[in-house]
Ligand binder design. Sequence first.
Ligand code: GTP
Ligand code: MG
Length: 413
Amino acid sequence: MGILKKIFGFGKKKEKIPEEIEKEKVIYEEKKAEEVKKVIEEVAKDEFVGGKKEVKKKPEELEEPKNEVSEESVEEKAEKLKLEEEKVEVENESIDLKQSEEKEIVVPKKKGFFTSLKEKLSKSREGFFGKVKGFFLGRSVIDDEMYEDLEEMLIQSDIGMDMTLKIVGALEKEVRSRGIKDPKEVYGVLKDVMENFLIEEENELKTEKPGLNVILVVGVNGVGKTTTIGKIASKLTKEGKKVIVGAGDTFRAAAIEQLEEWTIRAGAEIIKHQQGTDPGAVVFDTLKAAENRNADVAIIDTAGRLHNKNNLMKELEKINRIIEKHVGDSSYESILVIDGTTGQNGLNQAKVFNEVTKLTGFIVTKLDGTAKGGIVFAISEELKKPIKFIGVGEGIEDLRPFKPKEYIDAIFE
Ligand SMILES: Nc1nc2c(ncn2[C@@H]2O[C@H](COP(=O)(O)OP(=O)(O)OP(=O)(O)O)[C@@H](O)[C@H]2O)c(=O)[nH]1
Ligand SMILES: [Mg+2]
């Protein structure tokens, strides 16, 4: 049915008395404007648009296009409001973001050592050790097969055969004694067991003795000796100590310059001779200067490579004797630097160096660059000497005291 029929439903009368119809139309329009509007709303638009002149002459506010406009304007307003609300929300969000960004700048300082160590060791955590948790979650029973598979996993992380067998043996014993039946609970026990294999005692460098404390730094070439000396010197000067560094690597070109750069950055002093001179003489002069200048700590850099290994060992023996004569055992640390990315090789190096300098501890460097990190367990247990620091980057601040629990928490998920 058309719109006009619906509104003016007089049928044949319209045809017979057109003037009256016109009048009635006008009356109708005036009195029933509201009803017309309702009807218009009910009727399909195409019928209305195709309507007669009369309809088009009706008050504009009753016409569909007008309605559309007013509806649109409401919609537009709503849309605008919505947009404004969204804009406010976006603005609020960006304020929140700004605030959280500001927070993030502050938070790392508050997070402190633990979280940043976790970040520095993310390769190990995401690599090997991260898989260990999934390993236990995927098991339904604790059986021999589980322990055998675990052994395989640990060996792959540079922990080494001997250490792995010790860890898994201790784990089995602990799981039994705690009466654990669910493999998921074994994960936590493994962390405890592994932590127990890390030596906690004496993992700080001796630098507090009255008089001069000496730190001799040895290790094969490229492991990070000179860099680590820079980091240690910086740490000690920040603690208010007077530090003198001896450029004992007279073999490698540019070694003295490299050490000097680090020394300047650390706020320490350096004693150096020409390249190619006797390192023993450099060490002697460094200790004398340190005593004369009332230094608290002398740190000695050494060569990582000579013409052959025997020469290197003889030279280190000699340096060792000079230091012992000056300060004795109690104020003397002989530290082997091991590159954490070289795996089991580091253990063999340690045995050789230990024969000539009676090592008091280790520093494991480049742990930021390995997805394994298991070498730390092998060193600690098999060599029965503490890890004093770990290197976690190339920056001057990237040297961390070694704390077994923090290390475990940082490398495991
Ligand atoms: N990623 C990373 N790189 C390190 C770390 N420690 C040292 N390095 C880098 O290892 C490289 C060798 O460092 P050096 O300090 O020169 O090693 P070195 O033992 O003195 O070497 P030689 O003097 O040749 O015997 C440098 O590029 C250092 O930046 C560490 O903890 N993490
Ligand atoms: Mg060096």
